[in-house]
Design a protein around this ligand. Structure first.
Ligand SMILES: [Zn+2]
Length: 293
């Protein structure tokens, strides 16, 4: 199983050749297992070509009717990378190696690595769009906003200040996160309703946009960060430590990479949300998003 591979050493030991990788990707439904000839409609056969395979429709021993790439109709159809190289990129990216580590190990340009990371984050965006609301009956959902500084794409100097709004369900650990144009109630409240079950109990700080949340959710409690870390209300210990530690997990890689481009921020947020929500199944969820339809 590809999702169980979590190092290049494992991959190389278990699937040493390009052909081994081909069969692995076929078993995972990342490559087609059969092909039909575009000219005559007959079933094509898998033939060796160099270190890899291609699909061929044979008329006779010496003549082909047609041939097509092993990558046809797959996520890999437009890449010049070998399947081994592409698989290495996927494994390393899922293990959160940096772009320069990936480029060096796989022997590809940083530009190509960057393109691949973009493709893979697009899969996360699709996966994220399938997620339902977080929270539920008496689930506590902590919410908060934070800002991120990102580089403006194609502009030499200056940074954007992007406000990010998000929440975490204490029961399930599931999160949501969105970039917002401002922190007004008219922006935050509808987003909250779209992403958090109304039967949830919401914890937040005392930001004024949150003043009416009792109307929309089972209950709402606040903690005043100027004076306290925890607001004790009966048996409840109201705090937003969960969402604050989510922000520090979000920001860590941005700090390491010295910020990110504002244009790519949404896809970085999607990748983060998928990693948080899928946990150990993250790589499998990306593989599922790459399957041939
Ligand atoms: Zn044919």
């Amino acid at each position: 199983m590809l999702a169980e591979i979590n190092s290049i050493a494992d991959l190389t030991a278990q699937y040493p050749t390009e052909k081994d990788i081909c069969h692995l990707l076929m078993d995972e439904d990342l490559l087609h297992k059969t092909a039909k000839c575009d000219k005559c409609g007959n079933n094509m056969s898998l033939r060796s070509r160099g270190s890899s395979y291609e699909w061929r429709c044979r008329v006779s021993k010496s003549q082909d009717c047609s041939s097509k790439s092993i990558k046809y109709g797959s996520f890999f159809k437009n890449t010049k990378l070998t399947l081994t190289q592409a698989t290495k990129v996927m494994v390393m990216w899922s293990c959160q190696y940096t772009s320069s580590q990936i480029s060096k190990e796989v022997g590809i340009s940083e530009r190509t690595t960057c393109d691949w990371r973009n493709f893979l984050r697009e899969i996360c965006q699709k996966t994220e769009s399938t997620y339902g609301k977080i929270g539920g009956n008496d689930h506590i959902v902590e919410i908060d906003e934070t800002n991120l500084h990102s580089r403006k794409y194609g502009v030499g100097k200056g940074t954007n200040e992007d406000w990010i709004f998000g929440g975490i369900d204490r029961e399930s650990g599931k999160v949501f996160m969105k970039r917002v144009v401002n922190r007004s109630a008219s922006v935050l409240v509808p987003l909250l309703q779209a992403n958090v079950e109304k039967r949830s109990v919401v914890y937040s700080d005392e930001w004024r946009s949150y003043s009416q949340l009792k109307r929309y959710f089972t209950d709402h409690y606040t903690v005043c960060h100027k004076t306290q870390f925890i607001n004790v209300v009966g048996t409840r210990r109201v705090c937003t430590n969960g969402v604050e530690s989510m922000w520090s997990r979000l920001k860590k890689p941005f700090k390491a990479a010295n910020g990110t481009s504002s244009a790519l921020l949404d896809s970085y947020l999607s990748e983060f949300v998928c990693r948080e929500n899928e946990k150990d199944d993250f790589f499998q969820s990306v593989i599922n998003g790459m399957k041939i339809s």
